[in-house]
Design a protein around this ligand. Structure first.
Ligand SMILES: [Zn+2]
Length: 209
């Protein structure tokens, strides 16, 4: 089995925005043409015995507004004297600190018009729903409203038109294309409902179950 990460569509999606941005559409067409050549090479070298699975780990959402979290962190730490470790990932931001500082920061985040949801450590039901109960998941998680993203500096928005990481359909819906003579049956493919099904699909293609 060979896995290949084709990064150009993601890069163009962040820089120029998701399709129908011309640059991103061109990247999709170029990747498609390249995959056609790979399919031809596979059929030439192992006729009737290959399968190609084309998918992605996320989608892409158009963004035009950044949320700079530095000011909110400063406001929270000024109130409590605590320290915050933050990690920003497009539509999501993660924070670690002491309980009082996290509570102050949660207030700041909830007051921002671009923040859709703030999930603290006690929100067990929401964490279960989002499957983020693992102990490595930070105690405070914030999620944006559509067209917003978390950023470190306003400058970031000069060269960013796409983002992902939140729960919008445009963020979480991914292509799933199975092609080739050894592709699993239509029923097996139709049963796939989530990216978590892909591993099982691959196993069935290579004959392990
Ligand atoms: Zn990306």
């Amino acid at each position: 089995m060979i896995g290949v990460n084709l990064g150009s569509i993601d890069k163009c999606g962040h820089r120029f925005g998701p399709a129908p941005a011309a640059e991103t559409l061109r990247a999709v067409e170029e990747v498609s043409a390249g995959l056609q050549k790979v399919a031809e090479a596979l059929e030439a070298t192992r006729p009737g015995n290959w399968c190609m699975i084309i998918t992605a780990d996320h989608g892409m959402t158009l963004v035009d507004k950044g949320i700079t979290v530095g000011d909110m962190i400063d406001a929270a730490t000024e109130r409590t004297g605590g320290e915050v470790i933050a990690s920003l990932d497009g539509g999501c931001a993660y924070f670690w600190s002491d309980d009082a500082t996290l509570a102050a920061l949660a207030d700041e985040l909830r007051a921002h018009p671009g923040v859709d949801e703030v999930i603290d450590a006690d929100d067990v039901a929401r964490r279960a729903e989002l499957r983020i109960r693992h102990p490595r998941i930070p105690p405070l998680v914030a999620i944006v409203k559509e067209s917003y993203m978390f950023i470190e500096s306003e400058m970031f928005m000069d060269y960013t038109k796409g983002s992902h990481g939140a729960c919008f359909a445009s963020d979480v819906m991914v292509p799933f294309i199975v092609a080739g003579p050894s592709a699993p049956t239509a029923e097996a493919t139709a049963a796939a409902r989530s990216v978590t099904d892909i591993y099982g699909m691959v196993e069935s293609v290579i004959g392990r179950r």
